[in-house]
Write a protein that binds this ligand. Structure first.
Ligand SMILES: [Zn+2]
Length: 265
């Protein structure tokens, strides 16, 4: 196991149902197998159970399967020893990604619980992607889908020559849904994330598909996106009256490489 103590940075060693460092900082494994690396339990971090449930139901329709295929095939272009999914959610993408040793990190307890129950190929942990419990230069490939890019941490954890795949919504992503919700729908900003100079972009693809969503699927989609917070009751009421909708799914997928010679270990 590569995971290090988030307090002192020393390696964590599994002992029965806990993980301990040499300074005796102790973290518990949940029944489902994930590791909770947050010591404070103040408040509910990340996506709540209702959002996770809605997202799982929506992803199970297969509407975003083409994104998962694109991400996994890009990653599989080179051998992946250690893989880390930063902002892994319920592990929909993580589970399908290549890697001899896989890690998934997210702040949402509900999401990580779901991920660790369904995917036994990955060690999941509740941890911040801006304070990753991984050693320097330890990761061959990292992924972030729909979460901020943790630039400085990526620079630190990636091996020289290691890759980072970053996914963000493209301009027209879910436009038809926004057209129902808002008076003046807007396009998404496709500006790349600001990353340290040592990370160079090698590939950029925009992938687009239409999908058909029935009303149940629309309501799930609504609940799993930021629109649930931004939209007034009127927009939601309009959506509840829509029997089905053909919607654009469109993503920008970028592959970055950390400077330095590639080495697979
Ligand atoms: Zn420690």
């Amino acid at each position: 196991m590569k995971i290090i103590c988030p307090i002192c940075g020393k390696p964590l060693v599994k002992q029965e149902r806990s993980a301990l460092c040499e300074q005796r900082h102790c973290f518990d494994y949940a029944k489902s197998g994930y590791l909770n690396l947050l010591r404070s339990s103040g408040g509910d971090h990340g996506d709540n159970a209702a959002m996770v449930q809605a997202r799982t139901a929506f992803l199970n329709t297969g509407a975003y399967a083409f994104l998962r295929e694109t991400v996994t095939s890009l990653l599989a272009e080179e051998p992946v020893g250690v893989f880390a999914d930063l902002g892994c959610g319920e592990g929909y993408y993580t589970a399908a990604c290549p890697g001899e040793e896989k890690y998934g990190f997210d702040l949402s307890k509900a999401a990580v619980t779901k991920a660790s129950k369904t995917d036994r190929t990955t060690q999941y942990a509740i941890a911040s992607i801006f304070h990753l419990p991984l050693p320097d230069s330890s990761v061959d490939a990292a992924l972030t889908c729909f979460a901020p890019a943790a630039g400085e941490e990526l620079e630190r954890i990636l091996k020289p020559g290691g890759r980072f795949v970053f996914v963000q919504p493209a301009a027209r992503h879910l436009y038809e849904l926004k057209d129902v919700l808002y008076e003046d729908p807007y396009e998404n900003d496709e500006t790349p994330p600001v990353l340290p100079e040592s990370l160079h972009m090698e590939k950029e693809r925009i992938i687009t598909r239409m999908f058909h969503a029935d009303n149940a699927s629309l309501m799930n989609l609504f609940q799993m996106t930021p629109y649930a917070y931004k939209t007034g009751a009127e927009g939601k009421a309009r959506l509840e009256e829509v029997p089905f909708l053909d919607i654009t799914a469109s993503f920008v997928v970028r592959v970055y490489r950390r400077a330095g010679s590639s080495s697979i270990s």
